[in-house]
Design a protein around this ligand. Structure first.
Ligand code: HEC
Length: 107
């Protein structure tokens, strides 16, 4: 039996909604979906991918003393193995990520 086209279309729409629902604008959910695999949930980079890519600890004083604009610049343009997110995220999303990194640094 062939699956009906409307059923496939409905499934495709559902998938689109579920991924869009995940990509919310809050810094925390963006960090979980885009950054955590390298930087770790706590920003310490203590993940297998983080170690392989030599991801810095975001709590490190060298990162903590960077300005918000500098952090946003790295996220937008990338740096060495750090991917650039400027084409995938809006500047508002990048700002909320910078704000989220600041809350991680206080922990
Ligand atoms: C593929 C793994 C990977 C992903 C995904 C990733 N990063 Fe990075 N990130 C890196 C690496 C590697 C560096 C170190 C870059 C360097 O200094 O050479 C880094 C560095 C940084 C720094 C510190 C910059 C500095 O100058 O020390 C910040 C802030 C940062 N990332 C934020 C983010 C945010 C926010 C996201 C999600 C939008 C993200 N990263 C996603 C790998 C990643």
């Amino acid at each position: 039996m062939k699956p009906s086209t409307p059923a496939i279309a409905a499934a495709a729409v559902l998938m689109m909604f579920s991924s869009a629902g995940y990509a919310q604008d809050s810094g925390a959910s963006l960090f979980q979906s885009r950054c955590q695999m390298c930087h770790g949930a706590d920003g310490k980079g203590d993940t297998p991918t983080g170690k392989a890519f030599h991801v810095p600890n975001l709590h490190d004083p060298a990162v903590a003393k960077m300005t918000d604009a500098e952090l946003a610049g790295v996220i937008t343009k990338g740096k060495n193995k750090m991917p650039a997110f400027g084409t995938r995220l809006t500047s508002a999303q990048i700002d909320s990520l910078v704000a989220y990194i600041r809350t991680l640094q206080k922990q």
